[in-house]
Write a protein that binds this ligand. Structure first.
Ligand code: NAD
Length: 515
């Protein structure tokens, strides 16, 4: 069955959703020629049931061997590549993004599945640690799955963000209840379908649907761990809820990412890197660059090259290849972007290019927009736009550039463009961000799936990707086996003798291990 026909009502994909309320959501494709089939909506009881099914599935899945889990990852990589054309259609239909940007989602999933296939077993295997008494205490650490993981995903990268955390959670032995954004449920359903085709037993990943404040909140109420990706505002609400329940969560939140272009930068070479860092997925990307600080010496040259190239970006709003940048995903979000630019203008920002909705190309297409004359009192200087809008500001010293980059509550991603790698290292060490790209926009760290990715400050807590991205879905359990004399003091035992023994033990330890 092709996925083209899969976006029809009564589609078999709908069996992955636990929804009995009888209510439906009718999504609207940002691409005017495309239709999206309605989605049934879950209610609180459905969420409870979904978590309880997931708990049953967990009982079996948590006992599967790592080689069985690896088999699923291996097959998944093949399936994603084989079915890529159909999957790209679904992602484009729901988000309106350019096909090349949709493809990046698929590649990210394949790279993540490969990393997990090759490394998860080693990351979560039981390891020995030094025990309380050398040679007498044998201590090991197990990494136990947490149980049912609630994955709450946004609409901007609907295939990859439904998948990558889910894959790490199931490789650690958990089951998952996934709540995608309503706008992009079909992308998530296709992710779950592929997992089952890859051999994942039914029920290990289930889906609930509905709006965040009701269905998302109900999931946070029921799951054993929450993996949330979305806005800082929602992240804060979820943090309160999980705090109350005393469960763990990883929160992957917003950003206002800066790029620093040093005086020695090769403008011809890096102007396109900067453009793609700002305008991939029409800027609807958490790690996208929204502010560029450029050394005074090259500010004019960089600005004219950047603006000239931004004007050449081709726009489109149809399924398939053939354009550089696609649509904004929803009418509401487009309105927010339009308002942000209007507000910046009213506060004195200069629009160097863009700033217009291009209904001649598609109903939700917004031009790549470059602003100058932005200062720190303006809202746009610190508030995430999450659209194709960037401002350029000159700096007179690296210290000033670093101060401006750090003058923000977020701390997700940053980039540095320079020929001097030593200087890049020094700047990176002074930036308060979870990911730093040197001579790249965001793609270098984003694509480094073996390394952790996440935010500091208001950009969240916890890390996805790398070993850290697997271990967050586990509870560490320490098992110590005591041989020979016991560690603890028997009540009634001669305390001075015991004290002498303890001092001797500490001396021995220092001699053998702590020197
Ligand atoms: P959002 O917070 O509005 O929604 C994200 C998800 O949370 C959706 O599924 C939504 O239904 C759900 N939700 C909303 N309110 C909820 C609640 N009270 N309880 C539980 N779930 C709730 O975010 P958005 O507008 O869809 O996404 C855009 C934001 O996501 C941007 O700020 C962007 O920077 C951020 N983002 C961050 C990353 C990252 O890795 N750090 C990746 C992608 C997007």
């Amino acid at each position: 069955m092709s996925l083209q026909s899969a976006v029809m009502q009564n589609n078999p994909l709908l069996r992955h959703i636990v929804a009995t309320s009888g209510d439906q959501f009718q999504g609207i494709s940002p691409i005017p020629t495309e239709a999206v089939a309605p989605i049934p909506i879950s209610d609180d009881t459905d969420v409870k049931n979904a978590v309880s099914y997931a708990r049953q599935a967990f009982e079996l899945w948590s006992y599967t061997s790592m080689s069985e889990r690896e088999k699923v990852m291996r097959k998944l990589q093949k399936l994603v590549m084989r079915q890529r054309h159909e999957l790209l259609d679904v992602v484009q239909r729901e988000t309106g993004k350019a096909r090349a940007h949709a493809l990046e989602e698929l590649v990210h999933v394949v790279m993540t599945a490969r990393f997990l296939e090759k490394n998860a077993a080693d990351v979560i295997k039981t390891r020995s640690r030094n025990g309380a008494v050398p040679f007498m205490t044998k201590t090991t650490v197990n990494h136990m799955p947490v149980g049912v993981v609630g994955v709450i995903a946004p609409w901007n990268y609907p295939f990859s963000l439904a998948m990558i955390d889910t894959l790490a959670a199931i490789m650690a032995g958990n089951s998952v209840v996934l709540k995608p954004d309503l706008q992009t449920t079909w992308s998530a359903l296709n992710a779950v379908r592929l997992l089952e085709q890859a051999g994942l037993p039914e029920g290990v990943v289930t889906v609930v649907t509905g709006d965040g404040p009701s269905v998302g909140k109900a999931l946070v109420e029921q799951a054993d761990y929450i993996c949330f990706t979305g806005s800082t505002e929602t992240g804060r609400a979820i943090a309160q809820q999980v705090g109350e329940r005393l469960i763990n969560a990883s929160l992957e939140l917003g950003g206002k990412n800066a790029m620093i272009v040093c005086a020695d930068a090769d403008i011809d070479r890096f102007v396109d890197v900067a453009l793609s860092s700002c305008f991939t997925s029409a800027g609807q990307l958490c790690v996208s660059t929204e502010r560029i600080y450029i050394a005074n010496e090259i500010f004019d040259a960089f600005k004219s090259a950047f603006v000239a190239r931004a004007k050449e970006i081709t726009l489109g709003s149809h399924l398939g290849w053939g354009y550089d940048m696609g649509s904004i995903t929803s009418k509401e979000h487009l309105e927010r972007i339009v308002d942000a630019v209007k507000q910046a203008r009213s506060e004195g920002a200069v629009v160097e290019c863009g700033g217009n909705v291009r209904t001649d190309i598609g109903p939700l297409v917004f031009e790549p927009t470059v602003l100058t004359n932005v200062n720190r009192t303006m809202e746009i200087s610190h508030k995430e736009v999450f659209g194709p809008v960037v401002y350029l500001t000159p700096f007179s010293s690296i210290d000033q550039a670093i101060d401006m980059a750090n003058d923000n509550a977020y701390g997700l991603s940053a980039s540095i463009i320079t020929k001097n790698m030593r200087a890049a290292g020094d700047i990176a060490a002074r930036l308060n961000c979870g990911s730093i790209n040197v001579n790249e926009g965001f793609a270098a760290t984003f694509g480094s799936v073996e390394a952790p990715m996440g935010g500091m400050g208001q950009s969240g807590s916890g890390r996805r990707q790398g070993p850290e991205g697997i271990l967050r879905f586990t509870e560490a359990q320490t098992v110590s086996i005591q041989r020979g004399p016991t560690v603890s003091r028997k009540f009634g035992q001669h305390d001075k003798k015991w004290g002498r023994r303890m001092v001797l033990k500490v001396r021995l330890m220092r001699g053998s291990r702590l020197r």
